[in-house]
Design a protein around this ligand. Structure first.
Ligand SMILES: O=P(O)(O)OC[C@H]1O[C@H](O[C@H]2O[C@H](CO)[C@@H](O)[C@H](O)[C@H]2O)[C@H](O)[C@@H](O)[C@@H]1O
Length: 270
């Protein structure tokens, strides 16, 4: 991915929200960790607050609205965490998309590489288990090696093991929020999957809009590709004002995302 070139995003404004409220169809896409769910010590500790879940459910039930989750987690884990029916779920950073009826689409580019991820997981089991607090999250199409709870002194050796296992299998590594993400080296990301879904659902048409809200480096793929492909995309980065981003807008924290959801529901009368 190229480095972000956009100016620092502007704080999210009321006129942008009016645009979102008027769109039909609206495809509203949300990253999970750090966006809907505040970051937690371990993946299994993350929660989407109950009022935000209720707001998402109301939005998904509104006429002319599709709601999707776009996560680095496996799609089934992301769906479990949010726990609502009727949503589209893009998992594994764009590799898999599960429709509300349960139909699963796997990006064909990754199919030849599945065994490589499994072998890298096997190779990493020992090194990760040897570091107290470290966790290996095997998501079939990608791996996350978590070090949030590990002694910082052990992180360089853990990183070296991750890079070695990935290199052995021709996989790539990028750094997330206190995790090493091991991914298949293919042109598949949150942006390719979000665009494909938007096209399938007709959300890039003259009256349509794609809203994408995310907080992390992999969300930048979606910001960049959506903004590049269409004027009918509105992108919001969750995080501090100092972060460079391809998103057009910015909010500070998941609590702002929840407030934005409430305001959107009010404007749509949903
Ligand atoms: O694209 P996302 O939905 O934001 O997924 C990115 C990774 O999120 C999860 O890890 C992050 O959240 C954990 C729970 O709050 C936290 O403990 C960890 O430090 C964060 O990096 C998830 O576990 C990964 O699979 C995702 O790739």
């Amino acid at each position: 991915m190229s480095a972000p070139t956009a100016a620092l995003a502007a704080a999210f404004g009321e006129h942008a929200l009016q645009r979102v409220a008027a769109a039909s169809p609206l495809l509203a896409l949300f990253d999970i960790d750090g966006t809907l769910a505040p970051l937690a010590p371990r993946p299994q500790d993350a929660r989407v607050p109950e009022d935000a879940r209720r707001a998402l459910a109301r939005l998904a039930a509104a006429p002319g609205v599709y709601v999707g989750l776009v996560t680095g987690r496996g799609a089934d884990d992301g769906a479990r965490l949010v726990g609502l029916p009727g949503l589209w779920v893009v998992g594994n950073h764009g590799v898999e998309t599960v429709d509300p009826d349960g139909t699963r689409h796997i990006a064909p580019e990754v199919l030849p590489f599945a065994e490589r991820v499994a072998r890298a997981a096997d190779a990493l089991a020992g090194p990760v288990a040897a570091v107290p607090g470290a966790l290996l999250e095997d998501k079939t199409w990608s791996l996350s090696v978590h070090w949030r709870l590990a002694d910082p002194a052990s992180v360089p050796a853990l990183a070296a093991a991750v890079h070695a296992a990935a290199a052995q299998e021709g996989l790539r590594v990028h750094e997330g929020k206190m995790i090493h993400e091991v991914k298949i080296d293919a042109e598949v990301d949150k942006g390719t999957a979000s665009l494909a879904l938007a096209r399938r659902l007709g959300a890039l048409g003259p009256e349509g809009l794609v809203l994408f809200i995310g907080d992390d480096r992999t969300d930048e793929d979606a910001f960049r590709r959506l903004r590049g492909a269409s004027a009918h995309a509105l992108t919001i980065r969750v995080g501090t004002a100092e972060q460079e981003t391809h998103a057009a807008w910015r909010v500070d924290a998941p609590t702002d995302v929840h407030a934005l959801l409430d305001r959107l529901l009010a404007l749509r009368g949903a």
